[in-house]
Ligand binder design. Structure first.
Ligand code: AMX
Length: 462
């Protein structure tokens, strides 16, 4: 359905596209839970029929290299919310990032999509109306309050504890509120697991900006408590207000940022970890906490922090007005010392990440003369040929993390240790949408077979 609509919509101008989407979405319920409840039986039937007919059909082969190589390319997961194409990049329920920028509802006077709309799309597969998105903003605003023990815990963390560790700990402690864990302990029927998983996901998403703002304010704003939530405003607006940012363009950046970092199909570390832990029927707080432990790794979400460290090193070593040759020499010296160039490369993508491109477009529009942005652009020209020259890097192009830090610091957010927390707040939208569907489709405990090298040698006759 999404694909058909997407093809038909391609030729229409924005106003007409919006109209088509609103007509389509008008058949949907006003609130997300009802829209989801309508959808689940249809998809359950579809999957049941598909498995009945094709349950034994082979979808690929597994090589020894795949087993030692981090399961690259191994088809082993079903994730409904988004699909990553190596050349084109991510599609959220069939929609590219530029299509989402065009079709998803925006804040009054704004130019970027609201993450609420993206969440609706990820959960239901439908582009929501402006009214549906507004009701979601209000719903999240009404769920935002933190239990006092989480606030106390956050306020007592030492300032040298990394913001991602603080986030993980706070998310785990929030499971005192888990409706899923409570319903499970009461013996709820498994056909209803998705209902409390959905409620926990909504609560978690609503509370995350408050957790993230408390961490930020404790570390960088002398413990100022986050200001109260304005229930008439959207999720991103409230977040930027709580951390003391008043620039409307920064709020717009945050809307874009929180939309594009949300989901990247199912096999990336944070999505897979959330899904894996969720498959043990751990509640959504614990499952998401596991995903955040993975996001905190430098080869995954921490790369956005690493990029800024790298850029500052470049700046210190060769200056902002360095020549291309000086810059190349710096990059080579980094590679020769056995380090990676953060923000470049990807396990799946083989072209420039469209999440990089849309941030670049934002920068071209709002900060074209910023020196650090110019440095990012210079690296964009210089790094890919160098990585290609190494002969081993499969994707020399920039990923999402190569750009975000420079935008954030332009608006005054210079605390790079914090950047991955922003990524985490956004990633909640994707991984919890998937978790709800995991429960709706009754996906079982994940338990792939592992082998020893000896066993594998024997199997292949080595
Ligand atoms: N700089 C230097 N070397 C790189 C490189 C980079 N940016 N990207 C890949 N390589 C190297 C690998 O380390 C590997 O070297 P080895 O054979 O000596 O171990 C070789 O090239 C082949 O790797 P690959 O197949 O191209 O990549 P991968 O799938 O193994 O890893 C990734 C993907 C992202 C971990 C890797 O490209 C990398 O380390 N990039 C820098 C960190 C980064 O930006 N991470 C963020 C990714 C996006 C995200 O999740 N947020």
């Amino acid at each position: 359905m999404a694909l058909v609509r997407q093809v038909c919509l391609k030729a229409l101008p924005r106003q007409q596209k919006l109209l088509v989407n609103q007509v389509c979405a008008a058949s949907n319920a006003a609130d997300l839970r009802s829209a989801l409840a309508e959808k689940i039986p249809q998809v359950q039937e579809e999957v049941k029929a598909f498995r009945k007919e094709h349950g034994n059909t082979k979808v690929g082969e597994i090589t020894v290299d795949m087993m030692y190589g981090g399961m690259r390319g191994m088809k082993g997961l079903v994730t409904e919310t988004s699909v990553l194409d190596a050349d084109e990049g991510i599609r959220f329920r069939g929609y590219t990032i530029p299509e989402c920028q065009e079709l998803l509802p925006r804040a009054p006077g704004g130019g970027e999509p609201l993450p609420e709309g993206l969440f609706w799309l990820l959960v239901t597969g439908e582009i929501p109306t402006a009214e549906q998105v507004k009701s979601l903003s209000e719903d999240w605003a009404s769920r935002a309050e933190l239990p006092s023990h989480v606030v106390t815990m956050l306020n007592n963390f030492p300032s040298h504890l990394h913001p991602m560790s603080q986030l993980v700990a706070a998310v785990a402690a929030l499971n005192s509120e888990s409706k899923f864990a409570n319903a499970y302990s009461q013996g709820v029927h498994k056909s209803k697991y998705w209902e409390t998983t959905f409620e926990d996901s909504m609560d978690l998403i609503a509370k995350l900006p408050v957790v993230a703002a408390t961490i930020y304010n404790n570390l960088y704003r002398e413990g100022a408590p986050p200001c109260p939530i304005d229930t008439s405003k959207d999720w991103s607006y409230n977040f930027t207000e709580m951390i003391g940012y008043k620039d409307a363009t920064f709020t717009e950046l945050m809307r874009l940022y929180l939309t594009i970092h949300s989901d990247h199909e199912g096999g990336n570390v944070s999505a897979h970890a959330t899904h894996l832990v969720g498959s043990a029927l751990s509640d959504p707080y614990l499952s998401f906490g596991a995903g955040m432990c993975g996001l905190a790794g430098p080869l995954h979400g921490l790369a956005n922090q690493e990029v800024l460290v790298f850029m500052n090193k470049v700046k210190d070593a060769v200056g902002l007005d360095a020549t291309d040759d000086q810059m190349k020499e710096f990059v080579w010296s980094l590679l020769k010392s056995g380090q990676v160039v953060p923000g470049y490369g990807h396990a799946v993508l083989r072209k420039t990440d469209p999440r990089y491109t849309c941030q670049r477009e934002f920068a071209l529009k709002h900060l074209p003369d910023d020196k650090m942005f110019k440095l990012v652009s210079q690296l964009y020209m210089l790094v890919p040929p160098i990585l290609m020259e190494t002969g081993k890097v499969k994707n020399p192009w920039p990923n999402v993390d190569a750009h975000s830090g420079v935008l954030l610091q332009y608006y005054g957010m210079k605390e790079m240790n914090y950047y991955t927390v922003l990524f985490g707040v956004s990633r909640a939208l994707g991984v919890t949408s998937s978790l709800v569907w995991d429960r709706a489709l009754g996906l079982p405990l994940e338990r792939p077979k592992s082998m020893s090298t000896q066993g594998l040698k024997k199997l292949v006759g080595a």
